[in-house]
Design a binder for this molecule. Structure first.
Ligand code: SF4
Ligand code: SF4
Length: 518
């Protein structure tokens, strides 16, 4: 039976762990090391952003600095993660040519996720891989996975939550926890789980490692032989450590552009959320800077940096942007599971079209809270209807779960309805998702030209394809305060049972109404 190396690098700093990822991947690409299963832990609580994410957008820097939480950047894509010192990481370094490695990325994720799930089942828990890249126990995530590659080598890695501190995760990552009540934090906790909660105890680390190793052993038909880092690997670690500890690596390669000087857009593709930030020269309409971030996975990982370089100093016209992106995809053939060139074209064009709002009295900050539906903003002319979400109604109001509003003045919904009337528009309050769909469809069929609405950014990100399918064009304005997504209550909210109150951005609504009736 074939033998792979089992490498247990123990508890180390974030920088050491990230440096080792690169070293092992490079050595594997040079065929200098055998196929390897590595176990890793963190010596301090750590936040790791995905390779394509901006630290400022994802992490509460002040909190992490005061609490001694280390921050670093993974080589792999995906979202930001909080790691306590009791969590365990596993990684496989393998050659792409190995016959057990599927060529389709989606199949690779399944192969690895199923191997790790098999290992977890040896601990007596019913863990199963859930596409695209999670391992779950009865709908609660215990492990996230992801990979990257370098020439002929693959690094595939996963987290395993062992004794997880959800409260600390909420404080360390950019989730608006100041506004969360205890009960709301509970609902966030319901989305994740860890070995301790599942088993009622924390198994010894060596038991967990040997169960996971057994899973990979069975899934790949190999056995493991434990070996430490080689002299070459140790030497490389000394060389690379300062770079992986540096601000240049952790922050600067994805430094957020200042919001007050940029235009932005978000687009949820099946493979992840794309965030665009672009700084334009207002006179020449040349792109000065562009940042493409998000929790997608790109192979090779430098594809996104290359695309940004091509777009920098380019004319910000839709045809030019589209031409650059399409020729980049056809020449370089990057693989970004669940994200196509069309997603990038649309996301970038949507950020750029916001430049036409600036001479109309909007500032850059305000444009971050506006989302187009189906058509560019300037084409939504004389909308007839204002759609308002029930979550902005006062919690005690008798209309909270009913259509309508008496405009009693106790919440922003009544003020918004009055504002709509002054522009000759009807306002409709929406009580749940089904009602939103049926209202949009009947408005469309009755010949309504367009709508203005309010919803939160995550709702827009997720349901944008539904708005587009229904086919009524409009402009959506972000709501303020904690959303049901922040609180993990989106399932309840879908049915109209979100128990928090958001707030409508009335000054921005007024500007949008004036702009669209100009
Ligand atoms: S303004 Fe309307 S929705 Fe708000 S509390 Fe009054 S009646 Fe209810
Ligand atoms: S998704 Fe939730 S927070 Fe967002 S608009 Fe709907 S109910 Fe409100």
């Amino acid at each position: 039976m074939e033998t792979w190396r089992l490498l247990d690098t123990g508890a180390r700093s974030a920088a050491e762990n990230m440096a080792l990822d690169e070293i092992l991947l490079e050595l594997k690409a040079g065929e200098k090391i055998p196929h390897t299963l590595r176990f890793l832990q963190f010596s301090h609580p750590t936040v790791l952003v995905g390779h394509h994410q901006s630290v400022e957008e994802e992490v509460r820097l002040d909190y992490c600095q005061t609490q001694g939480i280390e921050i670093n950047r993974r080589l792999t894509g995906g979202g930001a993660l909080y790691w306590g010192t009791k969590e365990l990481g596993w990684e496989i370094y393998i050659s792409k040519k190995d016959p057990r490695i599927p060529s389709r990325i989606e199949d690779l994720y399944r192969r690895m996720g199923e191997a790790a799930s098999l290992g977890l089942r040896h601990l007596g828990i019913r863990a199963y891989f859930r596409p695209r890249n999670d391992i779950e126990i009865q709908g609660r995530k215990i492990s996230g996975t992801g990979g990257t590659e370098l020439s002929s080598a693959i690094l595939f890695q996963g987290t395993l939550l062992v004794d997880f501190d959800v409260d600390e995760m909420l404080r360390a990552l950019r989730i608006p926890t100041e506004k969360l009540q205890d009960k709301e934090i509970e609902s966030v906790k319901e989305r994740v789980t860890c070995l301790k909660w599942e088993l009622g105890r924390t198994p010894p680390m060596r038991t967990i490692k040997s169960a996971l190793a057994k899973g990979f052993q069975e899934a790949f038909g190999v056995r493991f032989q434990e070996k430490p880092l080689t002299g070459e690997e140790e030497g490389e670690l000394k060389n690379k450590l300062s770079y992986f500890s540096s601000q240049d690596y952790i922050f600067k390669i994805r430094n957020a552009l200042p919001r007050r000087k940029t235009l932005s857009s978000i687009l949820k593709a099946p493979g992840g959320l794309i965030r665009i930030s672009v700084a334009l020269d207002g006179k020449t309409q040349i792109i000065n800077q562009i940042l493409i971030t998000g929790d997608f996975f790109a192979y090779p990982k430098r594809a996104i940096f290359d695309l940004e370089s091509l777009l920098k100093n380019a004319k910000a016209s839709p045809s030019n942007i589209e031409g650059i992106i399409r020729s980049f995809f056809s020449d370089k053939k990057p693989r970004i599971p669940g994200v196509t060139e069309t997603h990038f074209v649309r996301a970038i064009e949507e950020a750029i079209q916001k430049m036409y709002l600036l001479p109309k009295g909007f500032d850059e900050e305000e444009t971050h809270h506006l989302f187009p539906v189906l058509k560019p903003f300037k084409e939504v002319k004389k909308p007839e209807v204002l759609l308002l979400p029930y979550c902005a109604k006062e919690l005690e109001c008798g209309y909270r779960n009913l259509q309508g509003c008496e405009e009693c003045g106790r919440c922003s919904v009544g003020d918004a309805a009055k504002m709509a009337r002054s522009f000759g528009m009807d306002s409709i309050t929406i009580q749940n998702y089904e009602e939103l769909e049926s209202t949009l469809s009947s408005l469309k069929h009755s010949g309504v030209r367009g709508f203005i609405g309010s919803c939160c950014e995550p709702f827009y990100g997720k349901h944008r394809p539904d708005f587009e399918r229904i086919g009524l064009s409009g402009i959506l304005i972000d709501v303020e305060r904690s959303t049901c997504y922040d609180l993990g209550q989106e399932k309840e909210a879908f049915k109209g049972r979100f128990e928090n109150q958001t707030h409508l951005n009335l000054p921005l609504l007024k500007k949008v109404l004036e702009y669209s009736h100009d």
